[in-house]
Design a protein around this ligand. Structure first.
Ligand code: 4NP
Length: 166
């Protein structure tokens, strides 16, 4: 079976999307399905390219037993729209930008990550960059909900019978 290829996207690729990549990896690992996924993250901007995640994001993830220290920031490229099945935007601004840059036939691949967490009460993972550590914990709470929701949806889709003529 082909792998699900997921790209998590935020603004700088040093806070939210690296945490989302780490959390999704962990959730898929817990469910024993990690090998069915190709997972990466990227940022709309290139200011932090080559850098490891923000130390506050690393610490917040480490508190939940997740090591994201090995990740390296990079900017989204046009090739990502072909390479990935889903580009998961952390907030509406990332979503708008990702959609505007998307080749027409790949536009449907761009989604807001928190749409997979309908109980979260918001569609945006707030940018924690300019705040304290509590912002990183709040972001992680939202990210965990959406990661579980996304995993369930993708695995459910796999289990659906193929309709004749579809
Ligand atoms: P992120 O947070 O998009 O969650 O990685 C940010 C990191 C850096 C900047 C903005 C947001 N910045 O402006 O440098």
């Amino acid at each position: 079976m082909a792998k699900h290829r997921l790209l998590f996207v935020c603004l700088g690729n040093i806070c939210r999307s690296p945490m989302a990549e780490g959390v999704f990896r962990r959730v898929a690992e817990e469910e024993g399905v990690l090998e069915r996924f190709e997972i990466d993250s990227a940022g709309m901007g290139d200011w932090h390219a080559g850098q490891a995640p923000d130390t506050r994001a690393q610490a917040a993830a480490r508190n939940r037993g997740i090591d994201i220290s090995g990740q390296s920031a990079r900017q989204v490229t046009l090739a990502d729209y072909a390479r990935f099945d889903l580009l998961l935007a952390m907030d509406s601004s990332n979503y708008e930008e990702l959609t505007q840059l998307a080749p027409k036939k790949a536009r449907h691949k761009v989604r807001q990550f928190l749409d997979f967490a309908p109980g979260a009460g918001t569609r945006d993972v707030p940018d924690p960059f300019y705040g304290g550590s509590e912002g990183f914990d709040h972001a992680l709470n939202l990210i965990e909900q959406a990661a579980r929701g996304l995993l369930v949806e993708l695995l459910n889709d796999e289990a659906k019978p193929i309709k004749k003529g579809a």
